[in-house]
Write a protein that binds this ligand. Sequence first.
Ligand code: 13P
Ligand code: SF4
Length: 303
Amino acid sequence: MDLKLIDKINRLKKEKNAVILVHNYQRPEIYRVADFIGDSLELSREAAKIDADIIVFCGVDFMAESAKILNPEKKVLIPVKGAECPMAGMVTRQELLNLKRQHPRAAVVSYVNTSAETKAESDICCTSSNCIEVVNSVPEKEVIFVPDENLAKYVQTKTDKRIIPWKGFCYVHAKITAEQVREAKGLHPEAKVLVHPECPLDVIALADKVCSTSQMLYYAKEDEARKFIIITEHGMVERLKLEMPEKKFYSIVATCIQQKKNTLPAVLRSIQEEVYPVEIDDEIIKRARKALDRMLEVSRKSD
Ligand code: 13P
Ligand code: SF4
């Protein structure tokens, strides 16, 4: 780990009144320059209350966009080009408008893993940690849920509302199989299994607990178990090991290439040269913000 580089970034942050927000899946060296590390909901909440001139977002595009929507007057930077969540591009604004026309009585809940344009056409957003509460919070009996089909199917098992899913998926979680999880359980029979809800339903069925990335952290901290099998992008294990060196965490092979694009040199350059600023049309920001604010309000009430 390049300690000089870490030191330089941390000094520059102070000079420029910048903060660095980091998603749990980022490389462990990026954790060392973070002001805050978290899941999508926590990062949105943090972004909503930030007091800084510059926000450097180490994660993927939709997360940085959410930070910009919640802070239109601030400079939000994403250190590398191409750190884009493929699932967020799997439903377009036009496709959502067509779906709305087919189901005029349905509410639209969009996963935060969507573009700003899609959020702008949505009634409310949700993340993996509040998807059930959000869906149950809307008065409508039918809910269009985009873009993740696996997450939609999981939510359907937890609500009486009729969920209208879309055909998006996360390429990292969708290819995890129940067979892989059974194999890991065979190797570590005493370990508890924590599963991210972007996984297929037969994988979720093997979970001791279904969790967002940060919920995995809080569950493992509270629980008396000493060993956990972590079914999500394997970078999560680095965060867990850092926070709980006394416990054992086992992962399966599952890598999000886009989340790994950020590096320390790219973060340094990002603060130095103030690249790459997230830019979103003002009207889109205004409309997308309503959907994000409504989600944050639901989460606040249930705290
Ligand atoms: P979390 O909100 O659980 O961190 O999930 C984000 C994500 O991209 C999962 O693949
Ligand atoms: Fe997107 Fe999946 Fe990567 Fe999360 S793990 S950022 S959902 S591609």
